[in-house]
Ligand binder design. Structure first.
Ligand code: WT7
Length: 640
């Protein structure tokens, strides 16, 4: 794979192959995508490539396929039956290696267990599992019979789990006794028991024995997976699914307190990811591909399960923490399995950078061919460190921009199709088929080097089908700002060479260590405390996590600030959301700046938290009296 870095002074020239493919994809999107879709195996070919009824797209209308068939059956018909599909490493050091034929057998048996539990096509199945092979197996088993899976990150609390399960109305919950994190078992079954007290739709709970810790099994409701697998059939037909059949629902944060269930379909989603992983990662059957994300996020869905397995690659699945038991655990895993493609987050890179180069030098990382980054903007310093010390200046670094909603990578270098040179910190150019733009508030294209809103001006096959159970929110959150145009919620600039630089969120969504959390979600959790009257949440820059959470809270009459109260609030947030939302600072204040309609002015709070000036207040829409806001700002500065 040839690549180069654009250094200041080098001239920019068009890279023929990328631009040829890109231009063709934009000129004839339907011809282009139907050619891409033909690279998968369909049970029935589509009648129409695209039905675009803004903002609703239907891709490969009338086509039928099955995700599980594409990820396993297709391979067991070839030599790949005996090749590795999953290298799994548990945190304590236990390992499992699954060939494609083993994976095929496990997926079939698991699908049979689902059928034996009465799960049918169209049912929702919630998966609350650690990073163990049973997680991808369960996903593929659901896909095999047409049950829609919803994976819930195993770091979420009982409350957060129950909220998501309730929203989907799932009939089955799959969990494990526990998973390992930093040497300790995290008792998932216990959390699941607590969640099910609040989630009446769930009829059955299937439990994987992972950590061998004692759990209580509720008769009639709970069953051990290994016992059910003994009675399972070895083959379950991969049911042909309509191209728009919902493959999964995945929850993500928005600007209100309630997370949104992003629904992805089958035909468009799989086609888009199949193509993107070839362009961006040059993934092949011989690749040993390690994406360090948790399957609980979209990265895990597309980058650990569906795309690499469709390509017949071997994936590495690691259960635990990057620095446990030693700070070189990841480098050890790369060496052990001969990882060729490594995909992680800027937060992880910045954390590992802090340990210096010595832990890396102990290991042979020469198997690496390509490095990737995802989840948040990567600063040029971290990019360069990654390129130099992990990739030894021979691996391209692909900074991939995408979202839960987009289903797959949208803006990224694509070394396998001769993309333009890399620039440290830039996601470079949109992938073929992606009509991106940077616009102002009116939707006009911004001139080069000026910050604007990132939008996508044409439908793409990976786009989500909607927000589960909330069609209004789909339209309002994404398609109302600029009708017919997808609003990403991100700021970006395009430089004079046309390269995209993603600058972070333009809305009230935070990115904490790459995890997406809405300020309103945290505020809701905090005001649930009996001593709190009101709360405003903002973020401050953090050298490792990118952003860290700061809370401003007004207490109720008669309640007074104390370190104990701070600790209680922290515990409450962990309980209602999970440790990912732990705040860095909590300030008890007497007032919050608000607009006339009563909306908290987070911009002012942010200026207080970062000791910045408040800038020009006259541009604020529906602002409160400028003088009043200035006064509150000055008072708050003294209070914190
Ligand atoms: C938001 C989406 C995509 C999988 C994981 C995150 C930010 C994502 C990048 C990147 C700058 C990025 C954006 C985006 N983001 N990738 N390469 N450079 N920012 O999915 O949780 O849906 O979050 O993550 O702000 O909107 P997500």
């Amino acid at each position: 794979m040839v690549h180069s870095i654009l250094t200041s002074g080098s001239t920019y020239w068009p890279f023929k192959k990328y631009f040829e493919i890109y231009n063709r994809s934009i000129k004839d999107p339907e011809g282009f995508w139907s050619e891409e879709a033909r690279k998968l195996e369909w049970f029935k070919t589509w009648d129409k490539v695209l039905d675009w009824n803004p903002p609703y797209a239907n891709w490969f209308v009338g086509g039928e396929l099955n995700a599980s068939y594409l990820c396993v059956d297709r391979h067991v018909k070839t030599w790949r039956r005996s090749k590795v599909a999953i290298y799994w490493e548990g945190e304590p050091g236990d390992t499992r290696v699954l060939s494609y034929s083993t994976l095929y057998r496990e997926v079939n048996k698991f699908a049979s267990v689902l059928l034996n539990l009465g799960i049918k096509k169209g049912d929702r199945v919630a998966l609350y599992l650690p990073m163990i092979p049973e997680l991808p197996i369960a996903m593929l088993a659901c896909a095999r019979i047409g049950a829609t899976h919803t994976v819930i990150f195993s770091g979420f609390s009982a409350q957060a789990l129950a909220d998501r399960v309730n929203d989907t109305g799932a009939r089955l919950l799959v969990t494990a006794d526990a998973g390992f994190r930093r040497g300790k078992p995290l008792a998932l079954k216990r959390i699941a028991d607590e969640a099910l007290e609040m989630a009446p739709s769930v009829e059955k709970m299937l439990v994987v024995r992972r950590a061998n810790i004692p759990v209580s099994m509720k008769p009639g409701r709970d069953a051990w997976l290994h016992e059910m697998m003994e009675k399972a059939s070895l083959f379950v037909n991969p049911d042909p699914m309509d191209s728009s059949h919902p493959l999964y629902i995945l929850y993500t944060s928005g600007t209100t307190g309630k997370p949104k269930g992003i629904v992805h379909g089958t035909g468009g989603y799989l086609t888009f990811n199949h193509s993107a992983y070839r362009w961006v990662f040059d993934i092949k059957e011989e690749s040993i591909y390690w994406c360090t994300a948790d399957v609980g996020w979209v990265t895990g869905h597309s980058s650990i399960v569906y795309a690499p397995l469709m390509h017949g690659a071997a994936i590495v699945l690691y259960e635990g923490a990057p620095d446990y038991p030693g700070i070189d655990r990841w480098w050890d895993i790369i060496e052990e399995y001969g990882v060729t493609i490594f995909y992680t987050s800027p937060t992880a890179i910045r954390m590992l950078m802090r340990f210096g180069e010595e832990p890396i030098e102990k290991h042979d990382l020469s198997s690496l061919e390509l490095l990737g980054s995802v989840g948040e903007p990567i600063n040029p310093e971290a990019w360069t460190w990654y390129y130099k010390h992990i990739g030894k200046e021979k691996c391209p670094v692909v900074d991939t921009w995408w979202q839960t909603e987009t289903g797959g990578i949208m803006i990224s270098p694509a070394p396998a199709i001769e993309c333009p040179p890399l620039k440290p910190g830039s996601a470079t150019f949109p992938l073929p088929g992606i009509l991106a733009d940077v616009v102002d508030e009116k939707g006009e294209t911004m001139p080069p080097e000026e910050r604007g809103l990132l939008v996508i001006k044409a439908p793409w096959p990976g786009m989500f089908l909607g927000v589960y159970g909330d069609p209004k929110r789909y339209v309002e959150s994404y398609w109302s700002k600029f009708p017919g145009i997808y609003y990403t919620g991100d700021y970006a600039i395009r430089d004079k060479d046309g390269y995209y630089w993603i600058l972070g969120r333009a809305d009230e969504v935070l990115k904490i260590a790459g995890h997406r959390i809405g300020t309103a979600e945290i505020e809701d959790a905090v005001v649930a405390h009996p001593a709190v009257a009101e709360a405003g949440v903002v973020s401050i820059p953090d050298p490792v996590k990118g952003e860290a959470i700061v809370i401003f809270a007004i207490l109720k009459e008669g309640c007074s600030p104390s370190p104990d109260l701070k600790a209680e609030l922290k515990a409450l947030i962990r309980k209602s959301i999970g440790p990912v939302a732990s705040p860095e600072e909590i300030h008890f204040v007497s007032k919050l700046p608000k607009t006339r309609s009563g909306k908290i002015m987070r911009r002012i709070l942010k200026a207080v938290a970062t000791s910045a000036s408040i800038g020009d207040l006259t541009t604020l829409e529906d602002e409160s009296s400028v003088e009043e806001v200035k006064k509150i700002y000055e008072e708050l500065k003294k209070e914190v």
